[in-house]
Design a protein around this ligand. Structure first.
Ligand SMILES: Nc1ncnc2c1ncn2[C@@H]1O[C@H](COP(=O)(O)OP(=O)(O)OP(=O)(O)O)[C@@H](O)[C@H]1O
Ligand SMILES: [Mg+2]
Length: 430
């Protein structure tokens, strides 16, 4: 090898060595830069971690995190206070050991939410009525949820559980539930009492109705008895007196004129008393009602009434009007009688009209006058309540027993009292 060749070789070796050194320098620089970046990243991460830790440590809720084995990795101070476990003791422990939960009502262990999060990868809320039993046995009502912690890849790297003390809220809920319960008991009791009172009232009403029905019936009976007594005893005695007076009258030529006039006056008086007793007796209980029926009894009554009161009364009845059951005939007779008495006593009317119609088993009776009328307030009272005289009360009662209805119409002038009643015509017996 000559000298030149040697120089050339050394130059090449030098150049190679320089290139290697350069490459090493570059590699060293790159390494340093990478190291610096790594350190920066680590510091950043540490900072982030610290900031998360501080955040979790300072939030008002209790926070526990676990790894994928459900072993505790973090516990904030609120969680420490509630579980009674210090962070350094708790970390690494299985969650169940530290986070011991039961169902407040059944006292059975409650399902651990972390296991479900790990199994299903979903956010899980705690079951209702969950209570945490602290290390010292202290019980705290809690409420909240657990959620998976996911790495950037989406893989679950642990679970974070957040819970808080709901003792006060639950107390309030319980108090509310209790007062609701109490309220509903009171309401039930009240309803029961109202029901009892209503039943009592209904019973009382029922017996009152029975009583008034019986009273009306007794009144009818009493009138019938009185009518018969008057007719049969007083009437007969008067008839006997009349006959005796007739005997004396036939001998009146034996008397002086004074005596003869007295006898003749007596004969007239006895005649008059007889007629009045007869009228009273018939008004008390019209004998025609049973014998000849409603229409005849009404005709007789209306004639007498018109004569006595000087009120002109029209009676309009269908020509083919037959017989009705006895109680219906008596009720209608008494109602018309009461209405006409009212016309005479209260209306000041000079006329009255009675209209009777019968259609498809429904009977309508109207008594109309052209008098001073009845204010609508009073009409309502007379129809609905028990106010007013015995008159309307009696009409209502009679109709109630027969399932009929009463109506009063009066606008301005005059009054119409209408009665409707479902009746089957009674078979005419003879
Ligand atoms: N045709 C009428 N025109 C005007 N007012 C009437 C008429 N009928 C009834 N009234 C009024 O209605 C009231 C109630 O009548 P109701 O027959 O019930 O009692 P009453 O006639 O006063 O007493 P009673 O118990 O003797 O019948 C009467 O007091 C009267 O004011
Ligand atoms: Mg009356």
């Amino acid at each position: 090898m000559d000298e030149n060749e040697e120089k050339l070789l050394r130059l090449v070796a030098l150049q190679n060595a320089q290139a290697v050194l350069l490459a090493r320098d570059r590699a060293e620089h790159e390494l340093i830069a990478t190291n610096e970046a790594l350190e920066r990243k680590t510091a950043e991460l540490a900072e982030q971690r610290e900031s998360f830790r501080v955040t979790l440590a300072s939030i008002g809720d209790a926070v526990i995190t676990t790894d994928t084995q459900a072993k505790i990795t973090f516990l904030n101070p609120v969680a420490e206070a509630m579980t009674g476990w210090k962070s350094d003791e708790a970390i690494g422990q299985p969650l169940e050991k530290v986070f011991n939960i039961i169902n407040e009502q059944t006292r059975q262990p409650a399902p651990n939410p972390v296991s479900r999060v790990l199994r299903e990868g979903v956010v899980v809320g705690l079951a209702n009525h969950t209570a945490l039993i602290g290390r010292d046995g202290k019980e705290t009502a809690i409420d909240d949820s657990a959620a998976p912690i996911r790495a950037e890849t989406g893989k679950i790297s642990g679970v974070v559980m957040v819970f808080h003390d709901v003792t006060e809220q639950r107390k309030a809920e319980n108090a509310l539930r209790q007062s609701n319960q109490l309220l509903s008991e009171v309401r039930d009791e009240l309803e029961k009492r109202v029901q009892e009172r209503t039943t009592e009232l209904e019973t009382a009403n029922e017996s009152l109705r029975d009583l008034s029905a019986r009273l009306l019936h007794l009144q009818d009976e009493e009138r019938r008895r009185l009518a018969r007594e008057l007719h049969d005893s007083v009437g007969q005695i008067l008839a006997a007196i009349g006959m005796n007076i007739a005997v004396v009258q036939s001998q009146s030529h034996k008397l002086d004129s004074f005596g003869a006039r007295a006898v003749s006056e007596n004969a007239q008086l006895v005649d008059q008393v007889s007629r009045e007793i007869r009228t009273i007796s018939h008004l008390l209980h019209p004998p025609l009602l049973e014998v000849a029926g409603l229409v005849s009894a009404l005709r007789w009554y209306v004639d007498g009434f018109s004569e006595r009161s000087k009120i002109k009364v029209d009676l309009e009845v269908p020509a083919d009007f037959g017989r009705l059951p006895n109680d219906a005939e008596l009720a209608i007779f008494r109602i018309v009688q009461e209405c006409l008495t009212n016309v005479h006593r209260h209306s000041g009317s000079a006329t009255a009209a009675i209209l009777i119609r019968q259609e498809d088993g429904q009977l309508t009776v109207q008594v109309r006058d052209s008098g001073k009328g009845l204010p609508s307030k009073k009409q309502r009272e007379l129809i609905e309540s028990n106010r007013g005289g015995v008159g309307f009360g009696g009409m209502r009662e009679r109709l109630r027993q027969l399932g009929g209805a009463l109506e009063i119409q009066s606008e301005g002038e005059g009054t119409v009292v209408s009665v409707t009643l479902n009746v089957q015509s009674a078979p005419t017996d003879g």
